[in-house]
Ligand binder design. Structure first.
Ligand SMILES: Cc1ncc(COP(=O)(O)O)c(C=O)c1O
Length: 242
């Protein structure tokens, strides 16, 4: 019942999204007016429920451990089992991870599914990487045939699981077929995976295949957007390249 209600609301939001994206007057959220409200367009958590005692920090004169050893160990033993610290890279939010992927892997093109999170397109253009946009199928799933047709060689493919803004989870069959046939690296952005349940994550495939990377962030379910903390899960070879 709750799922049906949520789905109906998402459909209303989607129709509004289409209406606004076609409008000649773009919607620009006014950060000053909205400062004390929930910022839906930023998808932040409504509260900072993880309390970070910044006032207790005494060693800001020191450069931090650039390998984030403690956090990677903790993630591998608690949250990303059975991955090892060598499978994990800590980044300044997912945005830094996206930049690192463009910078280190130098893809021929970036393939995205639309509608989806629009930062990918703007970051690609900053790195002079052409973007190919493939419309999602009517059931919200990536169009695997169209993706493979557009695929040249060293491409980056972005899948968002669950997708922003449609909320659909990517089907495991589609991901398995792409792992076999896609030429390049498949990036699964799981910024919102906690809302769907970690069992829906593709992180277990990182140990089995070297052409898949998972991006995560503490910005959403953990309510820590201001901490700029994200991480990349990938084979130790790719993590070393990043
Ligand atoms: C799908 C998706 N990935 C990544 C991000 C950015 O996350 P971060 O705060 O870790 O840079 C967002 C933010 O809205 C998002 O919607």
């Amino acid at each position: 019942m709750r799922d049906v209600c949520v789905r109906e609301h998402v459909e209303i939001l989607l129709s509004l999204w289409y209406k606004f994206s076609m409008s000649p007057i773009p919607y620009i959220p006014d950060r000053k007016v909205l400062a004390n409200h929930i910022l839906f367009d930023a998808n932040e958590h409504y509260s900072q429920w993880v309390k970070v005692p910044i006032s207790g920090v005494t060693n800001l004169n020191r450069y931090p451990d650039q390998h984030s050893t403690r956090l990677r160990k903790r993630l591998s033993s608690v949250y990303c089992k059975p991955l090892k610290p060598e499978h994990i890279l800590i980044s300044a939010g997912s945005i830094e991870a996206i930049d690192l992927l463009m910078y280190a892997l130098r893809p021929d093109q970036l393939i995205i599914n639309v509608p989806s999170y629009d930062a990918y397109k703007s970051r690609a253009s900053m790195h002079n990487v052409p973007t190919v946009s493939i419309p999602l199928k009517n059931d919200g799933q990536p169009n695997v045939d169209a993706i493979l047709l557009a695929n040249r060689s060293d491409d980056l493919l972005i899948l968002i699981n669950p997708n922003n803004p449609t909320g659909h989870l990517v089907s495991p069959e589609a991901v398995k077929e792409l792992i076999k046939k896609f030429r390049g690296i498949i990036v699964v952005d799981e910024a919102y995976i906690e809302y769907a349940g970690l069992e829906k994550s593709f992180q277990h495939l990182v140990e089995q295949a070297s052409n898949i990377i998972v991006l995560r962030t503490f910005s959403k379910a953990w309510g820590l957007a201001g901490a700029r903390l994200g991480y990349v899960l990938g084979s130790p070879e790719i993590i070393a390249r990043l």
